[in-house]
Design a protein around this ligand. Structure first.
Ligand code: NDP
Length: 339
């Protein structure tokens, strides 16, 4: 067991896109578990777009990370030492551990994982928060129906890959929007989406070809130019699942994304009786986690649901990987593997 704990702190608040100097790597003393706590050795850290929001001191649904605080994330790890009756050394657990090598946490803050059921890292992706987000948003807001057309942006990513596949399982046509030929090829061939649109090409022409009958459900992960192109193609009684707008995370609140046209004209919301609803996975998601997990394991066991991870090795690589996530350089659910 090492006697120090490597961790990545927020060194300062970014201006626009984060840069490496916004983060600081330091070695802290190894935490000591108190009675009722366990020491967790982290194996996989989850890098997610919401962590960009935590770097700003802006009012949101969650508190910002303080300057000098450990960057937040969910992580999967193994119990390295236990002072809790229900956890043994080697047990796999999930928790909000942060960008660091180890943490000491009370047993009640941990979710136990069974590695025989699925690889532990899936608790950060297809069977974790991003998968749960896709499941909740489609059930509660998107409600895809047989024969409808569902368009998913950032379709090869952690949330998008699950949202598109669940839409297909519900009998809808899934059209994915992704950046570049490799990602488009992946969603068509590996995930069996019905059509792919490369947002680096001519969005209007590709959307017309992929959605000849218009769009019934739009899963919004991106915002900016992609949203502006999708919006006029929504059918009457369409639903927009407002999950995230990553293209706008590096811009000041209320400002348009760099290079994006002015925002869409929302006038047709009334004429078309559109339903547009934002949601945060934590609103209701974790209460329904067992139902979600059972359903997803059923789809995985039956070969209906696949996933892709993008694994970066070593804590020191986390800032660059996170900066890349906000630029579309990840391919699949981004996790950091710690040795
Ligand atoms: P992804 O794994 O999809 O990774 C982000 C992807 O976004 C990139 O790979 C890239 O894909 C795309 N992207 C990045 N920058 C841009 C840009 N400027 N323009 C267009 N596309 C861009 O991330 P997640 O699946 O984890 O998250 C997807 C979205 O869901 C985010 O907006 C996130 O904030 C949101 N979210 C919301 C939750 C909620 O509770 N509401 C919970 C979880 C996530 P490509 O190269 O294909 O463009």
């Amino acid at each position: 067991m090492p006697d120090t704990n490597p961790r990545i702190l927020l060194a300062r608040r970014p201006r626009g896109a984060p840069v490496p100097d916004d983060f600081r790597l330091e070695e802290a003393p190894l935490p000591e578990p108190a009675e009722g706590e366990v020491l967790v050795r982290h194996r996989f850290l989850s890098l997610d777009p919401y962590q960009r929001g935590r770097m700003d001191d802006a009012k949101s649904y969650a508190k910002p990370v303080p300057i000098g605080g450990v960057m937040e994330c969910q992580a999967v790890g193994q119990v390295a030492a236990s002072r809790h009756a229900e956890f043994r050394e080697g047990d796999w657990v999930l928790g909000g551990f942060g960008w660091q090598g180890f943490s000491a946490r009370p047993g009640k803050a941990l979710i136990r994982l069974d590695p025989a059921e699925a690889p532990p890292s899936t608790a950060l992706g297809v069977l974790g928060m991003p998968g749960l987000t896709a499941w909740v948003g489609l059930r509660d807001i998107g409600e895809p129906k047989e024969g409808e057309t569902v368009v998913v942006s950032a379709a090869s990513g952690a949330v998008g890959q699950v949202a598109g596949q669940l839409a297909r399982i519900a009998g809808a046509r899934a059209v994915g929007i992704a950046g570049g030929a490799a990602k488009c090829d992946f969603i068509l061939r590996e995930l069996a989406f019905d059509a792919a649109v490369d947002h680096r090409g001519d969005l209007d022409a590709q959307l017309d070809a992929a959605c000849p009958g218009g769009i019934d459900v739009y899963w919004e992960n991106v915002g900016g130019a992609v949203q502006a192109a999708v919006f006029p193609r929504l059918n009457d009684f369409g639903r927009m699942v407002m999950c995230g707008m990553i293209a706008q995370y590096n811009t000041a609140p209320g400002a348009a994304a760099a290079g994006a046209p002015p925002g869409p004209n929302l006038g047709p919301v009334v004429r078309k009786r559109l339903r547009i609803q934002g949601f945060i996975v934590g609103d209701t998601g974790w209460r329904r986690y067992r139902e979600f997990r059972a359903e997803m394991l059923g789809h995985i066991g039956a070969g209906r649901l696949r996933w892709k991870e993008d694994v970066v090795r070593g804590l020191a690589g986390a800032p660059a990987a996170f900066i890349g996530l906000l630029e579309g350089r990840n391919f699949g659910k981004l996790v950091v593997a710690l040795d």
